[in-house]
Design a protein around this ligand. Structure first.
Ligand code: PGA
Length: 240
């Protein structure tokens, strides 16, 4: 079954807290289930993922491999350290760090060039939803991200108003957005939902046929709740 639980740790967990997380997580982790999980830790946590058979990648990176770009992280270096999937265009990057569509497109291209998988985040604000613009915004964000759809691509649909707020989009709204994305990019495109996913709502959300997994912030900081979300989704009977 298609199911990806991706953890977006954001700027959370001290190094020792992340070590404790990994110790607990590895006890229950089965590397045969590798494709069901992905982690986006802080750059300074990445040594914790070295030599572990776990999918992980950058929360953000620069679109050049090297050079005079003080303070930036190289995507090539991420690759060297074992990253497989790169998070691109998260709404916090767009909102707080002025991430532009142009930079997002360059990051997607760089990721593809390095043979890694981009996970593109898109989503509408509360005002955009309330004014009926949701699908137009999603369409605009997808159109701006690439000229031709990359062969391997993950999309995370994250309504901005649902991130870290405890508010979750209704299953019918999630279905509408995910169906729209798959219609636009092709049914094989995996689309994850993000925005206040927790063990208590994971089953209901994963019951939506076009939801292929989750991008999880707050609830991914505790191995118990992260794995519980996975278990809740696994318990949902889906075709395929
Ligand atoms: P949240 O964050 O689960 O804390 O809402 C999701 C995200 O921003 O990726």
């Amino acid at each position: 079954m298609k199911l990806i639980c991706a953890a977006n740790w954001k700027m959370n967990l001290s190094y020792s807290e992340a070590e404790v997380f990994m110790t607990h997580f590895m006890k229950d982790y089965d590397e045969n289930k590798r494709n069901h999980f992905c982690f986006f830790p802080q750059a300074l946590h990445t040594s914790l993922f070295k030599q572990k058979k776990i999918n992980w990648g950058a929360q953000d990176f620069y679109f050049e491999n090297s050079g005079a770009f003080t303070g930036q992280n190289s995507p090539e270096l991420y690759k060297e350290l074992g990253a497989s999937t790169m998070l691109i265009g998260h709404s916090e990057r767009r909102q707080f760090f002025g991430e532009t569509n142009e930079a997002i497109k360059k990051k997607i291209n760089k990721t593809i060039e390095l043979g890694l998988v981009p996970m593109l985040c898109i989503g509408e604000t509360k005002a955009q939803r309330e004014s009926g613009q949701t699908l137009a915004i999603l369409s605009e964000q997808l159109d701006a991200a690439f000229d031709t759809k990359p062969k391997s691509l993950l999309v995370a649909y994250e309504p901005v108003w649902a991130i870290g707020t405890g508010l979750t989009a209704k299953p019918s709204d999630i279905k509408e957005a995910h169906d729209f994305i798959k219609e636009k990019l092709g049914p094989e495109t995996l689309v994850l939902y993000g925005g206040s996913v927790k063990p208590s709502n994971a089953g209901e959300i994963f019951s939506v046929a076009s939801v292929d997994g989750f991008l999880i912030g707050g609830a991914s900081l505790d191995p118990k709740s992260f794995l519980e979300i996975y278990q809740q989704a696994l318990a949902v009977q889906k075709k395929d």
